[in-house]
Design a protein around this ligand. Sequence first.
Ligand code: GTP
Ligand code: MG
Length: 458
Amino acid sequence: MKTDTIAAISTAVGEGAIGIVRLSGPEAIEISNKLFEGKNLHEVSSHTIHYGHIVDPLTNEKLDEVMTSVLKEPKTFTKEDIVEINCHGGVVAVNRILNIVLKNGARLAEPGEFTKRAFLNGRIDLSQAEAVMDLIQAQTDKAMSVAMTQLDGRLSILIQSLRQLLLETIAQVEVTIDYPEYDDVEELSHQMMRDKTREVLREIENLLAVANQGKILREGIQTAIVGRPNVGKSSLMNMLVQEEKAIVTDIPGTTRDMIEEHVNVRGIPLTLIDTAGIRETEDQVEKIGVGRSRAVLQTADLILVMLNNNEELTEEDKEIIKAVQSLDYLVLINKVDLESKINLDEVKSLISDNKIIEMSLTKDKGINDLEQTLVDKFFEGDLSPKDMTYVSNARHIDLLEQSKTALEDALNGLELAMPIDIIQIDITRTWEYLGEIIGDTASEGLIDQLFSQFCLGK
Ligand SMILES: Nc1nc2c(ncn2[C@@H]2O[C@H](COP(=O)(O)OP(=O)(O)OP(=O)(O)O)[C@@H](O)[C@H]2O)c(=O)[nH]1
Ligand SMILES: [Mg+2]
């Protein structure tokens, strides 16, 4: 099938100094040349930019004064001819140029179609294409560096080398199956398979170990503030988002429903959840709220348990502390501006070595300590994205988990001295899962779905 030429506005919609209409495909130069007055674009060298005007060939009307870049295949983003028309910014100007380009033979690109072509033409693999998307959507510097390393192809290179190892074991198995009369071949195959499988499994476990951080960078750490009514949960929420998002009163039971807000704490995106104070209540609405507060414990990445310095520890406090024991949590003791009635030793006896932070939200105390603890917790020292291959994408993490399970099955099989062709099935499955990460064995449906999440013009 002959590829057509696609076009789209590649800059953000709205007012700007310049807007760019981008064309990619075999007729990109032909179409632009019909509209461009200034130079013959067929004759210019590749990767040069030219001053001129866009003129409607039908009416001879000058539409805009532009700079036009000509990038000839194959050294371009899509590996096709690309022309970029830099015109005046503003919705009308850019749209006029796009319309005239479409009238003269280009087709409007679908979202992500430029990147999809880069992928289909073999310039980048699927994990790199997804990194392009992450880069566009990055909300923090750290998320941006993670996407950059992925775009670099670091993850792809590692995945490829792991697949190569698996392929070698598969090849070895073929030999065993073809020459079953040699006993020692079978013995050697088992040994080699065990070694290689362990090696790949170790690498995948390493990737998954840091994956949590990568994932968190993109999607935010789900952080729930829980505690008894009136301890100051909503006050903390408001302090961190620097807005009066949640209602704060001195009436216990003020917050009835969960309130979610996204904040960026020193480069780490948090999804903060303020919850209804947990207590026994007859109030129908509050009861539902309390139920939700308990449920959020199951899903949050981190729990901030808030206690009141000004009151003795109650049964409810103890119950909450008990409920978070198997989870990742910090203890916040609020209202230290007031007289201390809480028994700190008792609190300490109830928790393991989790950090206790004393704070006063009305006196602006302890917030720094909390922020620093969050940073330390997730970046332990100076873990910088440069030294690590991060996995930041839920799809990749899922495929790595599946690979891990398949490899564990293979190792179990080896342990039980199962026939080697059975074990080979698990190895082949792993090879396919890893292939899906970089798009080698990904289905067409998956590829279409991934690229459709891109924004237009990319
Ligand atoms: N003295 C003092 N008062 C505080 C502090 N933090 C919050 N308060 C007050 O405590 C009361 C309750 O605060 P909220 O933030 O609404 O408490 P909450 O935990 O969200 O309460 P519920 O929504 O009922 O569960 C308000 O009157 C706050 O002004 C503090 O550090 N010191
Ligand atoms: Mg509240």
